[in-house]
Structures are given as C-alpha cells and as structure tokens.
Design a protein around this ligand. Structure first.
Ligand code: NAD
Length: 323
C-alpha cells in the first residue's frame, strides 16, 4: 500500500514482541516479525514472519533487506529470577544476547535503517542502590558506577552503550528503554523462565482453597510491575519521539512479593498460606522512577497493578486448566 509504514519486530515470537506485532498491525503498519519460534499462544498477525537465529549476521542482513520506518529489537535470551539469578545460564545469556544486538544493529546500519528501539532492563542498575526494600534508587542517572547484580544486567549495559555508540558514530536514531518487570496475558507462565507475577498466578491457580503456595525468600523484597498495554504505548511513543534515552519504562506502584501474592489470591478468591523457601532472588528492592519519561514524552502508566492482574490471572488459570 502506498505510504504504508513498516516495522521489523525482533523477538516477535516472545511475550512483548508478539503483543507489539498486534499493536503495530492495529495501527496499519506492514510488519515483519523474526524469532527462533512462532508465538506460543496465538497465531502471529505479522505480514511476514521469519524463523531465524539473530545470532547469525546473515540472518540479520536477510531480515533487514528493505527499508523499515521502525525496528523494535526485543529478542534476548532471558527469563525471570529462576533463569537469570542461578548463575547456570550466564554464558548463554551474555553470548546470545550480545550477538543478537551486535549483528542486528550492524545490519540496520548497513541497510541505512535508522530508527531502532532497544529493550534494556532495570537489571542494569547497580545493586548497591537496591539494598533497601523501602527505598530503592533507579533514576536513570544512577546507572554509574556500574554494578549490576547479574550478567544479564551487564549485557544490557554493554548493549545500551553499543547502541549509543552507533548513534554517535554512524548517525543511527536509537531509542533505549529500561523495562521494569512487564506482565500480562500471553507471557511465559511455566517452564523456568517465568517471572514473579506469572509464577504466582500459576501457583495460585493450581492450589486448592485453604492450601499453600511457595515464595522464594521472605517475600519482603519489593518490585513494581507494568502491564503490557502500558509498556507498548510507552515504547511506541519513545520510539517516535526525539528523545534517545536510556529511560525507564515501568510502574511506580511498588509492592512486596507477599503483597503481590495476596492481591492474586484475592482476585482468585482463594485463601492460601504462604510458605517461604530458599530460591534465587535478585536485588532487595526495585521500583521504577518515571520522572524523566514524564518530562520527556509525557507518559505515565494508565493501568494499575490490580487491574493488570485481573486481566492476567484468568488467562493463566485458563492455561493451567487446559493442563
Ligand atoms: P521473551 O523471552 O518472551 O521474548 C524474547 C524472544 O527473543 C523469545 O521469543 C526468543 O525466542 C527470542 N530469541 C531469543 N534468542 C533469539 C535468537 N538467537 N534469534 C531470534 N530470536 C531469539 O521476553 P520478553 O519478556 O518479551 O522481553 C523482550 C525484551 O524486553 C527482551 O530484550 C528482554 O530482555 C527485555 N525486558 C523484558 C522485561 C520483562 O519484564 N518482560 C523486563 C526487562 C527487559
């Protein structure tokens, strides 16, 4: 179609990527998705979907073989605490995600595709600012001196710098967000890579009323969680803005993991005991700081944690019930 905008979504088989494809299609874009796999839970609505490994520079050149108005680089070897904080996957996480970013960014540069969004993570913030669960510091300017608590965070930091270097040296128009715990339907909910909201929804859905669920640690660690629709809106607005970032995209509604579990139980209508067990944890406290994104692009979240969970829990319950 003449004048139709186009987008390339890398990681289009994953949680955020598959939702991003749907959102761009609703906006009338021609969309190409690329991933190692098709989306797990619904068929893709992408106009073109390439199954390919973005660690391979040839695959990157192949998917970036035409002009795209916008590129969303959401592919990464990632997961929740059970994947990132055990230490067992460190080499894969660093190697795979760095290769994807090195090759994809360079392929876009070589095809003169300028506008590329990169999904960094709040995991790149220094551990020393996130020891106090009631008062974590995650303002964008607190990133250095760098001391992320995981190799996943170090890779994100390296790649942020890579994208910024391509902007400085090669005239790319990069946009970088640091996502803080995105959740919603059609995200990973089992298998070891799921994150706290999905894991707790699954455990709650599987437990009988009056039973028990397990939580890693004492449950007093704090986090905030952003609903997927808010994440997409902020990502798109940032990508189309003149602001490069890096900037936080997250919620400022901080809760303890115990509180999160209680909210989910209430939605499920179940009364469950919480059993605290040892497990991989990450930092003691984390919350988004949205001052900069509000100032630069006027965005703030629209969906509360409760409303987001009310949409997510039934979807996970449905998956559990399907067996
Ligand atoms: P996801 O795991 O659901 O999606 C990532 C996708 O990348 C997967 O479908 C995976 O198959 C694909 N991928 C991995 N290696 C690939 C390769 N070599 N070639 C092609 N595709 C490959 O994760 P998500 O939650 O959708 O996250 C998207 C991005 O946002 C990631 O960069 C992630 O690090 C970042 N992020 C997410 C969160 C969150 O809470 N979900 C928080 C911070 C940052």
């Amino acid at each position: 179609m003449l004048g139709q905008k186009s987008a390339l979504v890398c990681g289009a088989g994953g949680f955020i990527g598959s939702h991003m494809v749907k959102r761009l299609k609703q906006e009338g874009f021609w969309v190409r998705g690329v991933d190692l796999k098709y989306p797990e839970f619904t068929g893709t609505v992408a106009d073109d979907f390439v199954i390919g490994d973005l660690r391979d520079a040839h695959v990157c050149r192949h998917v970036a073989d035409r002009h795209f108005d916008e590129v969303y680089q959401l592919a990464a070897d990632m997961g929740g605490a059970g994947f990132v904080f055990t230490g067992e996957n460190d080499a894969d996480i660093m190697h795979n995600s760095a290769m994807i970013n090195l090759n994809m960014l360079d392929a876009c540069y070589k095809r003169n595709i300028k506008r590329i969004f990169y999904s960094s993570s709040a995991c790149m913030y220094p551990e020393y600012n996130q020891m106090d669960p009631d008062n974590p510091k995650c303002s964008e300017d607190s990133a250095y001196p760098a001391a992320p608590d995981s190799e996943y965070g170090w890779e994100k930091l390296f790649s942020e710098r890579l994208y910024l270097a391509y902007q400085r040296n090669h005239g790319m128009e990069v946009r970088i967000a640091r996502y803080h715990n995105i959740f919603g339907p059609e995200g990973t909910w089992t298998g070891g890579r799921e994150k706290a909201p999905a894991a707790l929804c699954r455990k709650t859905a599987m437990a009988s009323d009056g039973g028990e669920i397990e939580i890693w640690g004492d449950g007093k660690q704090t986090r905030s969680f952003l609903y997927i629709d808010d994440c997409l809106e902020a990502t798109i607005r940032l990508t189309r803005s003149v602001f490069t970032g890096p900037v936080n995209i997250g919620s400022e509604e901080m809760v303890t993991i115990n509180q999160l579990a209680e909210m989910i139980m209430k939605i499920a209508g179940k009364n469950l005991k919480i059993k605290h067990i040892p497990g991989p944890l990450g930092v003691r406290g984390r919350n988004s700081d949205n001052k900069l994104i509000k100032e630069k692009i006027g965005w703030q979240p629209a969906v509360s944690l409760k409303d987001g969970l009310e949409k997510t829990y039934p979807w996970i319950k449905e998956q559990v019930d399907k067996g």
